[in-house]
Design a protein around this ligand. Structure first.
Ligand SMILES: [Ca+2]
Length: 127
């Protein structure tokens, strides 16, 4: 699954990104891969909490392209994306900071935390 869009930070500061995921994830901000952990989680109860290797400097109010690539293998699937800077407390990035297009209004009405549980297949032969 791939999400593509734009982020609008509040501060002209160096940002660190965090992803909590089950299973694998890659995050690209402004063309720079900041998180890459394409690894299955060990169990359904386990999530990876990955911190970006290198902080990335963003400008207040300027839209920066972001791509999140995610895959779910088996069992539970979830992903949450966080950010942190000197003035920005660590939080799940709110929908008001996401834009579909550089000139559009913020994305609204969409949850950016996804949790899904595999539904076992029903037996097909009950004879
Ligand atoms: Ca999983």
């Amino acid at each position: 699954m791939i999400w593509e869009g734009y982020l609008q930070p509040l501060y002209s500061e160096s940002y660190t990104f965090y992803v909590e995921a089950n299973d694998g994830v890659r995050v690209i901000v402004n063309g720079q891969t900041v998180i890459e952990y394409l690894v299955d989680s060990v169990t359904d109860l386990d999530t990876h909490l990955i911190t970006s290797k290198t902080p990335i400097t963003l400008q207040a109010g300027e839209l920066v392209p972001i791509t999140v690539q995610y895959y779910q293998n088996t069992g539970v699937g979830m992903i949450a994306l966080y950010w942190l800077s000197a003035s920005q407390s660590k939080q799940i990035i709110p929908s008001t900071a996401y834009f579909n297009q550089p000139s559009s209004l913020p994305v609204t009405g969409i949850s950016y935390m996804i949790q899904a549980i595999d539904v076992p297949m029903a037996p097909t032969d009950l004879a």
